[in-house]
Design a protein around this ligand. Structure first.
Ligand code: F6R
Length: 241
């Protein structure tokens, strides 16, 4: 694992955007794996700035997102499709047909999940995967459990994730109880992985990840320790020397 410690959230966003932007410039047909949540918002802003000021070209870039709530259409303001359009895709020259966020309204969800992994494989696999981490150690919606899903699947969200994510909804009862989430396989197959963790609330997760090189299913983010090209970017608030 490569660790990068930046002074604050803005510097983490800048650093992550620098890395992603360079990768896009050096491989205009790159396949990006993308995350939603609060953490990558600053990075997306920086990437949009770079697109506008330096002309970074996304016309041939393809993207796959990690997850989506079951039952929410892309028009729902709390859906991850809506988030991605608002926070990133609408600000760059990406062809929206080249962006894939799992379809939370798919008729046959299990068939859809199976196809999702195939879609990623058929595209050639993810070159660069961006991740955030939950306060309970989840990545995507792979929640702490006795077993972790290998393939893209329908998952039941933990009580703690529902509570944390309720900030994106009018009230906690509106938060869907299930989601489509990429599994361990497609994430670990990415050629390069960057995990962003910022703020006091991520301190214990970052500490455990750095200090405990163990693969634990009650701490899904630990699977990243098995990846040969894994970079963790944190700010001072999330990091203890
Ligand atoms: C979202 C995702 C989640 C978030 C995690 C952290 O696509 O994959 O695993 O990365 O819940 O969320 P924030 O960044 O809001 O703390």
């Amino acid at each position: 694992m490569k660790l990068i410690v930046e002074s604050n959230y803005d510097m983490v966003s800048k650093k992550a955007a620098e890395i992603v932007d360079e990768y896009v410039k050096s491989n205009p047909k790159i396949i990006l794996g993308l995350a939603t949540g609060s953490t990558p918002i600053g990075m997306y802003k920086e990437l949009i700035n770079k697109h506008k000021t330096e002309g970074t070209d996304y016309s041939n870039v393809r993207t796959f997102n990690l997850d989506e709530y079951v039952g929410l259409s892309g028009e729902h303001p709390s859906s991850y499709r809506y988030f991605m359009n608002e926070e990133f895709f609408n600000g760059i020259n990406i062809n929206h047909k080249n962006t894939t966020v799992p379809n939370g309204k798919a008729e046959n969800l299990s068939e859809y999940c199976k196809n999702y992994d195939e879609m990623i494989d058929d595209a050639g696999g993810i070159d660069l995967q961006i991740l955030g981490v939950g306060e309970n150690g989840h990545i995507a919606f792979i929640e702490p459990a006795h077993e972790l899903q290998v393939l893209t699947s329908i998952v039941t969200l933990s009580e703690s994730t529902i509570a944390v994510n309720s900030r994106f909804f009018n009230n906690i009862d509106e938060v869907p109880k299930t989601a489509i989430s990429m599994g361990v396989r497609s994430i670990l197959k990415a050629k390069k992985i960057i995990l962003l963790a910022t703020g006091e609330k991520k301190k214990s997760v970052v500490k455990r990840l750095i200090e405990t090189p163990l693969l634990c299913t009650d701490f899904p983010v630990s699977i990243l320790l098995c990846h040969p090209d894994f970079t963790l970017i944190v700010d001072r608030e999330a990091y203890v020397d």
